[in-house]
Ligand binder design. Structure first.
Ligand SMILES: [Zn+2]
Length: 280
């Protein structure tokens, strides 16, 4: 068993994988479905194709949350179908996808995983053909689904997938559960506003002591890695990345040393130093 499905809301499923603790999504409507992210290589994508087919026989579209390989390299087995992504995702895959493929194949080979390395190295990178600049409204088998670029954050091309009738947002790596957020390609000063926009999609949490179900401030946030979380988890992460953004600003202004930023950061040293090395 390579992965497992979890139904987080009515006909909104998350497939969880041990490798990279990855989460991908599936929104099922009547006569159509949307696959959110395609995993990290063609073999992994083919596995996902067969697992989606166990759930539904409906035709699919694909939405890619961002250009990182583990979310976007498994698209080939899904073709022919619409592939949605932020316009910057296509640009990044076109310009840098080949280099990322080489680097990740090397990474896995160095760690004794020649099987995964070979799968990545032989993967054909698919460029998204349905591009979103700000926002796109889809109808997936009768269900409204909104694709939104709320700004830069974890990457330059983060796209969230909102399923309003289910109160679910697929966050890509704008939210991370089980590990610190990843800043290698991030925009630390912009990430807080972007994540605030994601929280807005789920409404105001208010007092949050009310009953169950319904609209209001509940909801499910599906991180790109780790188990699904609630709005409060994402709000807490927003506070942390905001704190780190303030530290980055103070270091950039010469008001704080990097060592003091590391000491004051809510995240481990490696994460903090990576963030400090990004545009601030
Ligand atoms: Zn990522």
């Amino acid at each position: 068993m390579e992965g497992r499905w979890v139904e987080v809301a009515d006909r909104v499923l998350v497939r969880r994988y041990a490798e990279l603790d990855l989460s991908v999504g599936l929104v099922v409507g009547d006569g159509g479905c949307l696959v959110v992210d395609t995993r990290g290589d063609e073999r992994q994508g083919a596995e996902l194709v067969s697992e989606v087919r166990r759930v539904t026989s409906a035709p699919w579209a694909v939405a890619i949350t961002h250009s990182h390989f583990d979310h976007s390299f498994g698209t080939r087995p899904f073709l022919d179908c619409p592939v949605w992504a932020h316009e910057g995702c296509r640009t990044d895959l076109a310009d840098n996808g080949g280099r990322a493929r080489d680097e990740w194949a090397h990474h896995y080979r160095d760690r004794g995983r020649a099987d995964i390395a070979d799968d990545i190295a032989s993967t054909e990178i698919v460029l998204p053909d349905h591009l979103v600049a700000g926002r796109a409204e889809l109808v997936v088998g009768g269900r409204p689904v909104v694709l939104a670029h709320l700004g830069r954050g974890h990457s330059g091309n983060d796209l969230v997938v909102h399923v309003p009738d289910a109160g679910v947002v697929f966050a890509g790596d704008l939210v991370e559960n089980g590990a610190p957020p990843a800043y290698e390609d991030a925009y630390p000063l912009e990430w807080p506003a972007t994540l605030a926009g994601l929280l807005d999609l789920l409404g105001d949490s208010g007092g949050s002591s009310g009953g169950s179900g319904g609209s209001g401030g509940s909801g499910v946030v599906v991180p790109g890695h780790g188990d699904p979380v609630d709005r409060a988890f994402a709000a807490a992460q927003h506070a942390e990345i905001t704190a780190l953004a303030r530290l980055c600003e103070r270091v950039a202004a010469g008001l704080l040393s990097p060592a003091d930023a590391v000491r004051l950061s809510p995240y481990p040293e490696e994460t903090t130093r990576t963030a400090l090395g990004r545009p601030c």
